[in-house]
Design a protein around this ligand. Structure first.
Ligand code: C2E
Ligand code: CA
Ligand code: CA
Ligand code: CA
Length: 272
């Protein structure tokens, strides 16, 4: 540490600088990542508990950074949101997802995550319309997953966008259900097609006494509102049996499959 010009200690500054520097570098790199084709999509299958068959996949972005290796979306999506890059990146996700899904040997549904800044951009509906028509993917196979963040500053336009997607035939899922403050009230403002129960509830189920009660309540809510309920982050056979018993309709998690690169998913889906 040293005294700066104003006589105050600047003890934390070097570490702060290093962090700022790293962030700025990540931002610079991200600005080139699309053109350099460093993004990749992985697809994680979802299984219906009624049929034990795969019914859909969720597209999850990966960034293969030339020096850092694979960067988790948790580490770059928030920054992309902040600096507006999420719009072009999200647009790439939607177009690539539609193209990939058209090549699958089974007509599974495919879900894309749309973050708040992307949802608010006026290009979203246009992008989806053009991605569907360019790829030939039927709108009914595409799902848009949004989190509470999208509805946090809910206004006429947010609802209008949701309704326009619905009119196109695109389905809308509420992601990470139960983790926010007002998940329930959002179900009242918009009729979602699907509720995705956050992984934390599935994990709690095994070691908290009331864990199952929460899953049961959400599954029941979904059933009475006519919504599909997907339990996320299912990792053990024990969890899947409990989830089945509580009445969820679908599951997603490492037990079924990890997110897979497009070609590995094709192998998994190929008729044997
Ligand atoms: P999410 O939408 O809640 O996605 C589920 C996350 O849980 C994924 O992490 C997935 O790999 C992970 N997961 C799935 N099954 C299991 C399991 O059994 N156990 C455990 N421990 N984890 C499991 P991932 O791929 O790292 O993505 C993290 C988050 O990044 C996503 O959370 C989503 O919010 C965001 N994200 C990913 N791709 C995109 C994208 O294309 N656009 C936007 N806007 N956000 C994305
Ligand atoms: Ca999601
Ligand atoms: Ca989720
Ligand atoms: Ca999440």
């Amino acid at each position: 540490s040293k005294l700066d010009g104003r006589g105050t200690f600047r003890f934390f500054e070097p570490a702060m600088d290093a962090r700022m520097q790293a962030r700025r570098q990540l931002e610079l790199d991200m600005r080139h990542a699309l053109a350099r084709r460093e993004f990749q999509l992985h697809y994680q299958p979802q299984m219906s508990l009624a049929s034990n068959r795969l019914v859909g996949c969720e597209a999850l972005i990966r960034w293969r950074h030339p020096e850092r290796g694979t960067v988790s979306p948790l580490d770059f999506i928030p920054l992309a949101e902040e600096i507006g890059l999420i719009v072009p990146i999200g647009e790439w996700v939607i177009r690539q997802t539609c193209r990939d899904a058209m090549r699958w040997p089974q007509p599974l549904s495919v879900a894309v995550n749309v973050s708040p800044a992307q949802f608010k951009s006026d290009r979203l509906v246009e992008t989806i319309v053009s991605a569907l028509s360019n790829s030939g993917l039927p709108a009914g196979r595409l799902e848009v997953e949004i989190t509470e963040g999208v509805l946090l500053q809910e206004n006429d336009r947010t609802l209008q966008t949701l309704h326009r997607l619905r009119e196109l035939g695109v389905r809308v899922s509420m992601d990470d259900f139960g983790t926010g403050y007002s998940s329930l009230s959002y179900l009242r403002s918009f009729p979602f097609d699907k509720i995705k129960i956050d992984r934390s509830f599935v994990q709690d189920m095994s070691h908290k006494p009331d864990g199952e009660a929460i899953i049961r309540a959400i599954a029941g809510l979904g059933k009475s509102l006519g919504m599909t309920t997907v339990a996320e982050g299912v990792e053990t056979p024990d969890q899947i049996e409990r989830i089945r018993a509580e009445g969820c309709t679908d599951v997603q998690g490492y037990l079924i499959s990890k997110p897979l690169p497009a070609d590995e998913l094709m192998t998994l889906l190929a008729p044997r």
